[in-house]
Write a protein that binds this ligand. Sequence first.
Ligand SMILES: *[C@@H]1O[C@H](CO)[C@@H](O)[C@H](O)[C@H]1NC(C)=O
Length: 190
Amino acid sequence: MVSPISLVSLVFAVAIASVDCNIEGDALSAWKTNLVDPSNVLQSWDSTLVNPCTWYHITCDLNDHVTRVDLGHIGLSGILVPQLGDLSNLQYLEVYGNSLTGVIPTEIGKITTLISLDLYQNQLSGTIPPSLGSLVSLKFLRLNSNKLTGAVPAEVLQLVKSGSLTVYNVSDNQLVGSVHHTNTAELGSK
Ligand SMILES: *[C@@H]1O[C@H](CO)[C@@H](O)[C@H](O)[C@H]1NC(C)=O
């Protein structure tokens, strides 16, 4: 027989589970409020839905966790927000070819499931966060053609040296110092 206490626990567990599900939708909604979207490509991003899995440009896995954000060449400006770090199952962040400004949030380094971080051809500025060195699953790191400054952090160079990245491009920024462990001209900072 089910005791009242276990019923109460069950209700709490269900409540916690649904709050948990909304974290990713909340993160993306927070991002949307910081984006300028003249072509209304984010119209389907309805924060009142139980999860973001039916939104355009979003892909989820079978457990309704967001695995892909595909917003390449889609006319967006605005900024990347720290809440993107809450997309804890994200594998592909494809936001290339827009007009995003501001910095790359340190919190992106929390997404250890990330396979591809494609932020190339935007107007991103500031330095590359050392936290990106924590992205041990990363295969594609393309930050080229932005306005990034400073040196590539040692943590990120370590990732490059580890050989796990298939594609790494930070060229066409305003970076200084070593950007790679070899002298590959194409990947130079100029
Ligand atoms: C690296 O980025 C630069 C600048 O965006 C681009 O011209 C070049 O083709 C890229 N290299 C590779 C190998 O993709």
